[in-house]
Design a protein around this ligand. Structure first.
Ligand SMILES: NC(=O)c1ccc[n+]([C@@H]2O[C@H](COP(=O)([O-])OP(=O)(O)OC[C@H]3O[C@@H](n4cnc5c(N)ncnc54)[C@H](O)[C@@H]3O)[C@@H](O)[C@H]2O)c1
Length: 339
């Protein structure tokens, strides 16, 4: 699907469509008017990714008389898709929902895989359900207004996906396409509209990899853990950043985390030498950070608290090569000492 007009066709297949959209995307949402019984804007901030907003959406549906045949459609990034997937899963014990993701991160990650949830106080994604949407529409042209940092956040997850599964040489293709897809225009940063089409096959490939992994392991007991590549380090980096007042986005932390995973893999003799250096060069070409500002020893305490830890072991995702990763339960200290 190339533009939002295609979404109108899909929505036309569903009766009683209710649209919740990111307030910053009112222009895009207006193009879906006529296809929806009602629309509602929400703020896409982590503070608003809360039970309060979920209940607000449920009350809105109730007030409008939405019944079990209704379809709730989310237009926005991962915050809006997570909120709507959860609200739709609990409203009247579950109604249909669909996603129109508008960030690169949501198109390749957040809107795929059935995890929906919200934050509880300061704890991210603490309440939620696993339930698949009826549809996820990937529309590359929606990315043309994405701010640079949001673009890079998605790029990190896209590259992560192809390090896990490089069928068709998509990693190399992404490294070739991503640096030129984003340009500094005189007025603003922007994804070049024509380049949105060049990245379309990459979006589809990444979404398919995630879909395949999730289908094999919906509840994250094995294969799905691979999708956490770089994330144990990343969560600790994000926490260190918050405590020290540094501004590091999730995608930037993931990019740094993947480099640390590559270094650990080399030092454990799992990957050939030179992997970290290769990734570092690729990150630099795309504009992703190549150095973690914190020494690895500063990350140890937070890594032990990782919500996916199993006793004193953490399921580390290590890289044997591009397209080949392995999950190994290792002690945090053991890994940190290697770095
Ligand atoms: N459910 C999952 O499996 C999963 C996976 C990864 C991340 N997430 C969640 O996703 C959230 C992050 O989502 P995100 O990074 O996709 O974006 P977001 O929803 O946090 O939005 C980021 C910013 O981009 C703006 N924006 C969105 N689309 C735009 C567009 N097309 N043009 C211009 N601006 C636009 C938003 O208004 C917002 O200011 C986090 O809460 C994270 O926990 C969920």
């Amino acid at each position: 699907m190339t533009d939002i007009a295609g979404a109108r066709e899909v929505l036309g297949n569903y009766p009683d469509v209710y649209l919740v959209y990111d307030r910053n995307l009112a222009d895009v949402a207006s193009k879906l008017e006529g296809m929806c019984l009602a629309t509602k804007a929400v703020d896409a901030t982590e503070q608003d990714k809360s039970m309060d907003t979920v209940l607000e959406i449920c009350r809105w549906l109730l007030m409008l008389g939405a019944d079990r045949g209704a379809t709730l459609v989310a237009l926005g990034g991962g915050i809006v898709t997570d909120l709507c997937g959860f609200a739709a899963s609990i409203y009247k014990r579950g109604i249909r929902f669909g996603f129109i993701p508008t960030t690169l991160l949501a198109q390749v990650d957040a809107a795929i895989g059935g995890k929906n949830g919200v934050n509880l106080d300061a704890y991210k994604n603490m309440i939620g359900v696993i339930r698949e949407p009826e549809f996820t529409l990937l529309i590359p042209s929606l990315l043309s207004t994405l701010p640079r940092r949001e673009w890079l956040s998605g790029a990190a997850e896209l590259l992560k996906t192809f390090i896990i599964d490089n069928t068709g040489g998509r990693y190399e293709e992404a490294v070739a396409v991503l640096p030129s897809a984003y340009s500094v225009l005189p007025s603003a940063y922007s994804v070049i509209p024509s380049e949105c089409e060049r990245i379309a096959p990459l979006l589809l490939a990444a979404a398919s990899v995630k879909e395949r992994i999730v289908a094999a392991d919906l509840y994250e007991r094995g294969e799905r853990r691979k999708l956490n590549l770089g994330h144990t380090f990343a969560h600790a980096i994000e926490r260190r950043a918050r405590l020290s007042g540094r501004d590091i986005s999730h995608g930037e932390a993931v990019a740094m985390g993947i480099l640390l995973a590559a270094r650990a893999s080399e030092r454990l003799g799992i990957s050939p030498e030179g992997l970290e250096e290769r990734l570092r060069r690729d990150w630099a070409a795309i504009g992703l950070p190549t150095e973690c500002p914190f020494p690895p020893s500063d990350l140890a305490a937070d890594m032990t608290k990782d919500k996916k830890a199993d006793g004193d072991k953490v399921h580390f995702v290590l890289i044997r090569g591009i397209g080949d990763v392995v999950v190994m339960p290792l002690g945090v200290r053991e890994v940190i000492d290697l770095l």
